[in-house]
Structure formats: structure tokens, C-alpha cells
Design a binder for this molecule. Structure first.
Ligand SMILES: N[C@@H](CCC(=O)N[C@@H](CS)C(=O)NCC(=O)O)C(=O)O
Length: 218
């Protein structure tokens, strides 16, 4: 099985996580951001993630990838873990602040999908389209970091364990970690204790590294 990804893409991080959490071997291939040809050949459009099976079949829906891999793997299923609606609510509510911090840094980050000047330029254009002027956003950093501190105050008591937000692994971990991972491109973020322990543990468990530190071989 091969998963085509962009490193910055939260849907791709979700798909990657289920392989790590369920210990299913995976080959990943990072596409250049301006490579429309490869995904179009595989699934008829420029999209990621794309899971390609050894028989040539493909899946592009992240939820189907997560649930499918989870269902097939032996043992306790992530999708059977208890969910807390407050996690999904938090992710939705905090995403705007997090994305505004993330976007101006992502375009300059050493991401595989930005490995050529053309790919980096295409990504910058896409981000600008999504959030507006990236330099202006950067100037809002102090206010955004203040907002983030308030969001963290809400999240901290929801984290029940570093190894699983609801104590037992669930789809909430697959929703929450990719958003926290965005912040690993942002300098000056002050993580409360439980949030920090959680993001570090989840990087290890899911085998999806944070952008600011490698995972230990496991
Ligand atoms: N079908 C996908 C959509 C995932 C998605 O929105 N992927 C974005 C990247 S994060 C994408 O492929 N965008 C195309 C582009 O950026 O050109 C799902 O919901 O699982």
C-alpha cells in the first residue's frame, strides 16, 4: 500500500496516523504541490491523500481510509474508542486561529511538497487565496498567540492522557493531533503541560512526526 501525501495536509496526517496507531506498514510518497499529473492519473483529480492498494485500487476519502485500515487491522479498534463531542467542537472553533498562525510559516517550511521553486510558488498562491495576505497575517502573530493561549486553556482539562485524549484511543485523537501538529511550525507557542505531553506522545504513537522534532525509531 502506498499513501500519496503533502506533509502539511491535515487530512493526510489523519490517514497516516491510523497506520502508525494500528502498526500497519505504509509507504508514503510526498507529491510536489504543483504535480497535478500524478494524482490525476491515479484518481482523475489533484487531491491528497490517495491510498493506492497493491492491486491498483485507490481510496481518496480520508474517513474511508481511516475506518478501512482500522477495520482490517487485528486488535482493539481506534473507531471503537469513546469520543467526546467537546474535542470536535474545540478543533472546529480553534482551527481559524491555528490556520492563521500556520499558513505564513507553512509556505516557508522545508516541506517535501515545496521542494522546487515552482511547487513552493503554487503553494504560496493557494495559501494566499485561502487566508489573504500572508505578510499581514504574520504581523498579527502577537494577537493570534494570545487567542491561542485562550484556546489552550480550554483544551488542557479535556486531555485525559498523553497517549489518548479520552484515555482510550479514539477518532478524536485523529481529529485533534493534526491540528496541534500545525503549530509545530510556529515559533513562540507556549504549550500547557498536558497539551505538550499529548502532542509529543501522539507523534511517537502515530509515527507522524511533528514539524519541529523527529520521532525516535520504534
Ligand atoms: N477527499 C478528501 C479531501 C482532502 C483535501 O481537502 N485535501 C486537500 C489538501 S489538505 C487537497 O487535496 N487539495 C488540493 C490542492 O491543494 O490542490 C477528504 O476529505 O478526505
Amino acid at each position: 500500500m502506498r499513501l500519496y501525501i503533502y506533509d502539511h495536509c491535515p487530512f493526510c496526517a489523519r490517514a497516516r496516523m491510523i497506520f502508525g496507531l494500528r502498526d500497519v506498514p505504509l509507504e508514503t510518497q510526498t507529491l510536489l504541490f504543483d504535480d497535478a499529473e500524478t494524482p490525476t492519473r491515479l484518481v482523475g483529480e489533484k487531491t491528497v491523500p490517495i491510498l493506492e492498494f497493491d492491486d491498483g485500487g485507490t481510496l481518496t476519502d480520508t474517513q474511508q481510509i481511516v475506518r478501512g485500515i482500522d477495520a482490517e487491522a487485528e486488535g482493539v479498534k481506534v473507531m471503537d474508542g469513546p469520543q467526546n463531542p467537546d474535542i470536535e467542537r474545540w478543533v472546529k472553533a480553534a482551527s481559524d486561529t491555528i490556520f492563521k498562525l500556520f499558513a505564513p510559516r507553512a509556505v516557508e517550511a522545508p516541506l517535501g511538497e515545496l521542494a522546487t521553486p515552482e511547487a513552493a510558488e503554487a503553494f504560496r498562491a493557494k495559501m494566499t487565496d485561502m487566508v489573504g495576505d500572508l505578510d499581514a497575517l504574520r504581523e498579527q502573530t502577537p494577537a493570534l498567540l494570545n487567542d491561542l493561549e485562550r484556546w489552550f486553556t480550554e483544551l488542557e482539562p479535556l486531555i485525559q492522557s498523553p497517549e489518548a485524549v479520552n484515555q482510550v484511543l479514539s477518532l478524536d485523537d485523529i481529529t485533534l493531533y493534526p491540528v496541534l501538529r500545525h503549530l509545530s511550525l510556529v515559533e513562540g507557542v507556549k504549550y500547557p503541560e498536558k497539551v505538550d505531553a499529548y502532542r509529543l506522545a501522539m507523534a511517537q504513537l502515530s509515527r507522524v512526526p511533528l514539524h519541529d522534532q523527529p520521532i525516535e525509531p520504534g
